[in-house]
Design a protein around this ligand. Structure first.
Ligand SMILES: Cc1cc2nc3c(=O)[nH]c(=O)nc-3n(C[C@H](O)[C@H](O)[C@H](O)COP(=O)(O)OP(=O)(O)OC[C@H]3O[C@@H](n4cnc5c(N)ncnc54)[C@H](O)[C@@H]3O)c2cc1C
Length: 478
């Protein structure tokens, strides 16, 4: 093999780059290795559906080995790099440290939730960025209904029936809409909760929701959600939270047991250890228009982790969306191939083809090549688009099957938070019911099963270093 190409991260950008290299590299001209801390790509637009039970969580992911035929998949966490020696440092699932030499390195490690120093946030809020978080949210909703149904005092019950979402981007708006839809579907099975009703509140610091879509579509989405009884508080921030309250700026206290934090992302913490220049404001890796990392030969960066000049406004970074990551994945593969044959790499150009925001209940808003869609047609276009974008025929079929079953038979309301986490053989009941029923302010709560909400088992926020050192090898999340 003449060349060694290493890709760090197997999400939208990394997987697309690997697939393109497989297709376009001359036969046996290079060895391509993809390093990822999980053996699947998470198709994030389906995350709200996984949380709301419209599809099986496993069907929101694409197993990397199903898609890659010649690429070597190395499961492990990237922990650092030495660009001068051209090696990438990796910690494998069993804790071994390895050094991977490369001629070209493509960094595609994506992003993580961006937290703020808000009292109680790290301990009590749930994210909506990973599969375990989506499943935790689903379990939390079901546990809350179960607990609320057993409470006599309506004021105490209301706490368990109130869900606050912070941040009105893709994850917040779609997550809120889908979860509220799920909750109202389930209410018929919980008579006391049904009589009282559930309360969903969306808190957004900016003065409008979804800046990614045209204002007229955002207004439609707001009207649709308000008609369902959802409270939308724009121009509002959250000041503090505890296990059973969220305090808004201005002092209003919302009694609630679930706060979902979807207020932005930041690059994966490992970018700080790669010896590459980072943008002062966003912390993303600075690349030129051809996706080359500035001043570091042989290193390229794409997707949410990179500050790629937006072709429409070179002063700003391209938006952190899957659409951009996929196109950058293709472009970086082409550019690596051009560079290997001593040709000049080309600039990244891309204009967003369309945006879709699923609102649950068979409704959505969409904007596609100049046309705007609302309601059922937009929902149909959105589902068709995601079906087309989901890699692999078998994955598409699984998705259609889930959606079809859901349409005819409704959603499953069983809460399987302990799935894959049995108690010890000699103490099978060690893990208390679900977790929501456990005293939320118990300080000594033990490590929760995967998918359990953090507020019922407080855990300190992982540091950047922890995040790098602990690979999430093959965490399927359910
Ligand atoms: C709920 C939700 C809904 C969304 N909906 C849309 C949508 O409808 N349309 C749209 O365009 N965008 C959407 N997005 C945004 C989109 O998901 C991201 O922009 C996209 O995933 C970025 O792709 P990426 O390749 O940069 O990163 P990712 O797809 O996140 O991939 C990064 C990969 O790197 C791995 N990784 C990270 N750190 C390490 C490490 N140290 N070692 C090894 N591997 C590592 C990760 O596990 C992951 O597999 C949504 C996001 C969310 C959270």
């Amino acid at each position: 093999m003449a060349w060694n190409i290493v890709i760090a991260g197997g999400g939208f950008g990394g997987l697309e780059a690997a697939r393109r290299l497989e297709r376009k590299l001359p036969h046996n001209s290079a060895q391509v290795t993809l390093v990822s801390d999980q053996n699947f790509m998470l198709y994030t637009p389906l995350l709200p559906g996984a949380a709301a039970g419209t599809l099986e969580p496993r069907h929101a992911v694409v197993p990397l080995r199903e898609q890659l035929h010649h690429t070597h998949l190395r499961l492990g966490a990237v922990t650092g790099a030495d660009p001068a020696a051209k090696v990438l440092n990796v910690t494998t699932g069993d804790g071994r440290q390895q050094e991977l030499p490369y001629d070209h390195l493509i960094v595609a490690v994506g992003s993580v939730s961006r937290t703020l120093p808000i009292p109680g946030l790290a301990e009590h809020a749930v994210g909506m960025k990973t599969l375990p978080e989506a499943i935790a949210l689903r379990n939390r909703l079901l546990q809350s209904l179960e607990v609320a149904e057993g409470i006599d005092d309506p004021a105490d019950r209301a706490e368990w029936l109130t869900f606050v979402f912070v941040g009105a981007g893709y994850a917040g708006l779609e997550g809120l809409a889908e979860l509220q839809d799920f909750a109202t579907d389930l209410l018929d099975r919980y008579p006391r909760c049904r009589d009282q009703g559930v309360r969903f509140v969306l808190v957004e610091a900016r003065d409008r929701v979804m800046p990614e879509i045209p204002a007229s579509l955002a207004d439609f989405a707001v009207r649709e959600l308000k008609a369902r009884g959802i409270e939308i508080r724009t121009g509002t921030t959250i000041d503090a939270m505890t296990a059973d309250t969220a305090t808004l700026a201005g002092g209003e206290v919302l009694p609630c047991r679930t706060v979902v934090w979807t207020a932005g992302v930041k690059p994966s913490p490992v970018v700080k250890s790669l010896g590459v220049p980072l943008d002062d404001r966003s912390g993303r890796i600075v690349v030129d228009r051809a996706l080359r990392v500035k001043g570091v030969p042989g290193v390229w960066a794409i997707g949410d982790a990179a500050h790629v000049p937006d072709p429409l406004d070179l002063e700003r970074p391209a938006p952190p969306t899957a659409q951009h990551a996929i196109r950058q994945g293709r472009k970086v593969a082409d550019n690596v191939i051009l560079t290997l044959s001593d040709r000049k790499p080309r600039q990244f150009t891309y204009k967003t083809l369309g945006v879709f925001v699923d609102l649950g209940r068979g409704k959505a808003v969409a904007s596609t090549v100049g046309l705007r869609w609302r309601g059922v047609p937009a929902w149909f276009i959105a589902r068709t688009y995601h079906l087309g974008s989901m890699p692999g025929t078998t994955r598409k079929i699984r998705l259609v099957a889930d959606w079809t079953v859901g349409l005819f038979f409704g959603r499953d309301g069983s809460e399987l938070g302990r799935l894959g986490h049995p108690g010890r053989l000699d103490a099978p009941d060690e893990i208390a019911f679900g977790g929501a029923g456990a005293d939320a302010d118990a300080d000594d709560a033990s490590t929760p099963p995967e998918g359990e909400p953090a507020s019922t088992a407080p855990a300190p926020e992982a540091t950047d270093e922890d995040a790098q050192a602990a690979p999430r090898v093959n965490a399927s999340g359910d």
